[in-house]
Structures are given as structure tokens and as C-alpha cells.
Design a protein around this ligand. Structure first.
Ligand code: GH3
Ligand code: MG
Ligand code: MG
Length: 305
């Protein structure tokens, strides 16, 4: 997908001129008639790579827009290029203080504007790649534990504030050490990758599956009670039970893989640690009672699903 620029100016002819220039250079461009409209367009559904804004605008100027953007954590990394008609040192210093990414006189000419735009967009792309890498487990491409903890903390906050259901399930591959011991670590990696891909592709868009540890995965199910969560993961357990995983060892071998799981539902006084610990206790019982099954933590007891 092309890179998206939000262009903000209160003068239609200026917007038109820059829109044509930027589109010809290969960018996707949306424009806003002023800072307020720009703010409403910077909603979480839209993913802009750069904001180019006029400094002097009636009602709300580019400087106030910049400050709003920098005060919004979700937008903190969004590059902002300020365009101004007048060469005022005070304005320049204020904008730099407020975190502007680049600051240009409108008289700079089109080649310089485009060169600076390309630079900012390139930096944004690198920044996005770094962010993604810091949130992703390199082997399975699932969300990593660090991202998972952040996500679960947010979901717990939301469930508490709006009194919503929230459940977690820890899934652990059974006797995984045996796979490594008999087929080697590389085959172990292949099994992990396949199981992760299967868990990911079978999960709903609203749910998250995290590589929680070596051969452990944590499902986060917002707006879902423990019965529903258990039934979703039970389907995955039973699918795995009847579908051995292919690995390339010995010219192609199938490996039977089963998983055990522990389910816990959030209640309003739980911390993240307590919630995960309950799922862990349930998992422990699932292992102890024979593996290849799920258990749920409910009111201080662990019960079969
Ligand atoms: P249980 O049914 O009790 O869970 O038995 P288990 O063998 O699965 O559990 P255990 O905790 O004894 O061993 C987990 C193994 O997972 C040991 C470790 O070497 C392996 N493992 C963890 N991370 C990776 C990985 O990234 N790649 C591979 N190949 N193995 C891994
Ligand atoms: Mg295991
Ligand atoms: Mg384990």
C-alpha cells in the first residue's frame, strides 16, 4: 500500500496545488480544511504516515494541531511537517520545542518540499518496522510477551471500567521436549511455527494470541466469558489432536501434537498477575490429569471444561 499523507490548509487552492504535487509523486493524499477537521480525521482507523500542515490558519492554527498530536500517545510518532508563509525565528523555535519534524517556508519550491516529504516518510517507515519488530516473536510471528502484557493490561482496564467480560487461556504443547529430543531442535521450531500459525488463523479478529513462553501461548478474549473462551480453544485442541503437524525432518515426517489449556475469567478485583496465575493453575491441573484437555479456574476451584 502507498504511503498516506494528511494535508491541512484552510485555503482550497493551496490544498489543491499540494494535493496534485504529492499524488503525482505517488503518495495517497487526504486533505483537511483546517486543524479541527484534521484532528477528526486522525482517528485510530486511519493510518497516516505524515501530516503536512499550514502554520497560520483561523480558529486553530498548525502549532496547536502539532501540540494536540504530540499530546496523543497513539500519534506521538507521527511526523508533522509545518509549512509557513513567513520567516519568523520565534515561530520556528516554538515549533521545534513542540516536536515538529520539519519546518519549511512555502517559498522553498516543489523539489525541496518533495525531498523533505520523502525523508520524513522514510523515517516513519523505519520507525514502524522497529515498532513491529519489538512487538513480534521472530520465530512464530505472533505477538510477543512484551506486547501481550501491554495488550492484556489495556483489556483488563477496559473490562474493569466498562464492566465487560474478559477471559484468558494459556495453551501449552504436551511433551514438547520429546519432539526436540527425538527429531531435533529445528523440527521443534517447525512444530512451534505450525501450531502458532494454526492457533492464529483460527482465532477471531477481536482476539489475540501471544507467544507467552517457549511452547506456551496466551489467548486474550475480550467480551468473552470463560465458557465461550473454553469452547473456542477446545475446538483448536480437538483439531490439533486429529491433525498431526508436518515437519521436514527425514524427508518429511508427521508429528502428533496435543495441547493442554487453562482458562480463567477476569473478575473486577483481579490484577494481571492474578488472572494469569489462575489460568496457570488450571493448566497445571489439565497436565496433571492426563494432558490433551482443558481446565477452568472458577471461584477458587479448577474444574473440567
Ligand atoms: P509438558 O507436557 O509438561 O508441558 O511437557 P513439555 O516437555 O512440553 O514441557 P517442558 O517445560 O519440560 O519442556 C518444554 C520444552 O520446550 C523445553 C524447551 O527446550 C522447548 N522449547 C522452548 N522454546 C523452544 C523453541 O523456541 N524452539 C524449540 N525447538 N524448543 C523450544
Ligand atoms: Mg509443554
Ligand atoms: Mg511449558
Amino acid at each position: 500500500m502507498g504511503q498516506r499523507i494528511l494535508l491541512v490548509d484552510d485555503t482550497p487552492t493551496v490544498r489543491f496545488k499540494y494535493e496534485v504535487l504529492l499524488k503525482d509523486a505517488g503518495f495517497e493524499v487526504d486533505s483537511a480544511n483546517g486543524a479541527r477537521q484534521a484532528l477528526s480525521m486522525l482517528s485510530p482507523e486511519h493510518d497516516f504516515d505524515l501530516v503536512i500542515t499550514d502554520l497560520k490558519m483561523p480558529e486553530m492554527d498548525g502549532f496547536s494541531l502539532l501540540k494536540e498530536i504530540r499530546d496523543t500517545s497513539r500519534l506521538a510518532m507521527l511526523p508533522v511537517l509545518m509549512l509557513t508563509g513567513s520567516d519568523d525565528k520565534r515561530d520556528l523555535l516554538d515549533n521545534l520545542d513542540a516536536g515538529v519534524s520539519d519546518y519549511l517556508l512555502k517559498s522553498c519550491g516543489e523539489p525541496e518540499l518533495l525531498a523533505r516529504v520523502r525523508n520524513l516518510v522514510r523515517m516513519k517507515k523505519l520507525q514502524d518496522e522497529l515498532t513491529r519488530a519489538s512487538e513480534t516473536d521472530p520465530l512464530t510471528q505472533l505477538a510477543n510477551r512484551r506486547f501481550g502484557v501491554e495488550l492484556l493490561a489495556e483489556e483488563i482496564e477496559r473490562a474493569r471500567r466498562y464492566d465487560r467480560d474478559l477471559s484468558v487461556v494459556i495453551v501449552d504443547i504436551d511433551h514438547f521436549k520429546k519432539v526436540n529430543d527425538t527429531l531435533g531442535h529445528l523440527s521443534g521450531d517447525e512444530v512451534l511455527t505450525s501450531v502458532a500459525a494454526m492457533l492464529y488463523s483460527a482465532s477471531r479478529k477481536s482476539d489475540c494470541v501471544i507467544r507467552w513462553g517457549g511452547e506456551e501461548f496466551l489467548f486474550v478474549f475480550p467480551e468473552t466469558d470463560s465458557h465461550k473462551a473454553a469452547s473456542i480453544v477446545e475446538r483448536l485442541r480437538s483439531h490439533l489432536e486429529s491433525h498431526p503437524v508436518m515437519v521436514s525432518a527425514n524427508g518429511g515426517t508427521t508429528v502428533p501434537v496435543t495441547v493442554s489449556g487453562g482458562v480463567a475469567q477476569f473478575s473486577p478485583n483481579d490484577t494481571l498477575e492474578i488472572l494469569v496465575d489462575r489460568a496457570d493453575q488450571a493448566l497445571y491441573q489439565a497436565k496433571a490429569s492426563g494432558r490433551n484437555r482443558l481446565r477452568t479456574w472458577v471461584g477458587g476451584q479448577v474444574v473440567p471444561v
